[in-house]
Design a protein around this ligand. Structure first.
Ligand code: TMP
Ligand code: ASP
Length: 239
C-alpha cells in the first residue's frame, strides 16, 4: 500500500493516517514535526517519528499483553503502523501522578509534588478552542461521550495508569503525567488509540528527575532527540 496523498485520510500535527484496501484498517505514519502550545511553537525533532513509533509499539504491546486492547495491529516500517480504524472520541484523557505542567501553573504549586492519588482530567479535543478542559457533565450534555462511554474510558485509564507506572518504574523513569485518546472500533468497542510516547507523557529520570520528554522542546532545554532515544533504550530493556 502506497503512502500517497490520494490515500491520505487525515493529517495531524505529528501523524498522518492513510486508508488501506481493508476498510477496517488504516496506516498511521509518524512525522518528525513537533508543535507545542496549540501550534504556536513549531519545529522538528530529528528522528522523532521513528522513535515515537517504536516507543508506542513497545508500550502498546506491553499493554496488550496485560489485557488492554489497543488499535495497533503491527508495525510496517520504522515510522508506519497498521492499526484498526477507529472513530476517535474527541477527548484528551489526562492522568497526573506528579504535579507538573498546566495544573502546577493553575494551582501555583511547584512542579514535582507527588500526588496522594492520581488526578484524571478530560479536555475537549478541538484545536480551534485550544482543547479546553471540561468535566463529565460537559461531555455528556454536549454529546461528546455518553455516561457509559466515560465509565469505560475511566476504567481503562485507571488500569493503563497502573500498568504504565510499573512499566516505567522498571525503566527507572517516573511517570509524571500523560495524555491518551480512545476510539470506537467498527463494533462500537472503546479501545486505546493514538500513541503513547514522550510527546504526550512527562517522563522524568527517577533519581535525578531530569526531563526525558517533550518539555525539553516546549521549554528549549536542548537534547530533545537524545532524551527520546534514552526513553526508547531504557524501555527496550524492560520485561
Ligand atoms: P499539561 O500539563 O500541559 O496539561 O499536559 C499534561 C500532559 O498531557 C502532559 O504529559 C503532556 C500531555 N499533553 C498532550 O499530549 N497534548 C496536549 O495538547 C497537551 C496540552 C498536553
Ligand atoms: N501537542 C500540542 C500542540 O501542539 C500541545 C503540546 O503538546 O504542548 O500544540
Amino acid at each position: 500500500m502506497l503512502l500517497v496523498d490520494e490515500n491520505k485520510l487525515y493529517e495531524g500535527k505529528a501523524k498522518k493516517v492513510y486508508r488501506t484496501e481493508n476498510p477496517n484498517e488504516v496506516i498511521i505514519y509518524y512525522k518528525d514535526d513537533a508543535t507545542a502550545f496549540n501550534n504556536l511553537k513549531k519545529g522538528q525533532i530529528h528522528n522523532k517519528g521513528i522513535l515515537n513509533a517504536q516507543i508506542t509499539t513497545i508500550i502498546f504491546n506491553y499493554l496488550k499483553n496485560n489485557g488492554v486492547e489497543t488499535h495497533l495491529i503491527e508495525n510496517l516500517s520504522d515510522r508506519a503502523q497498521l492499526c484498526k480504524k477507529v472513530e476517535i472520541i474527541p477527548l484528551e484523557v489526562i492522568v497526573r501522578n506528579t504535579l507538573a505542567g498546566s495544573t502546577a501553573k493553575l494551582l501555583k504549586i511547584e512542579e514535582g509534588k507527588i500526588l496522594n492519588s492520581p488526578i484524571f482530567e478530560i479536555c475537549y479535543k478541538k484545536d480551534e478552542l485550544g482543547d479546553p478542559m471540561i468535566n463529565d457533565y460537559h461531555a455528556i450534555a454536549l454529546d461528546i461521550a455518553t455516561r457509559k462511554d466515560l465509565e469505560e474510558i475511566y476504567s481503562q485509564t485507571k488500569k493503563i495508569n497502573e500498568l504504565l507506572k510499573s512499566f516505567f518504574d522498571q525503566a527507572n523513569i517516573e511517570l509524571v503525567d500523560f495524555k491518551i485518546e480512545f476510539g470506537k472500533d467498527v463494533n462500537g468497542n472503546i479501545i486505546l488509540a493514538d500513541e503513547i510516547s514522550p510527546d504526550c507523557c512527562r517522563l522524568w529520570d527517577k533519581e535525578t528527575r531530569k526531563k526525558l520528554d517533550k518539555d525539553r522542546f516546549r521549554r528549549d532545554l536542548g537534547d530533545v532527540e537524545e532524551a527520546y532515544q534514552e526513553v526508547l533504550s531504557r524501555i527496550s530493556r524492560v520485561g
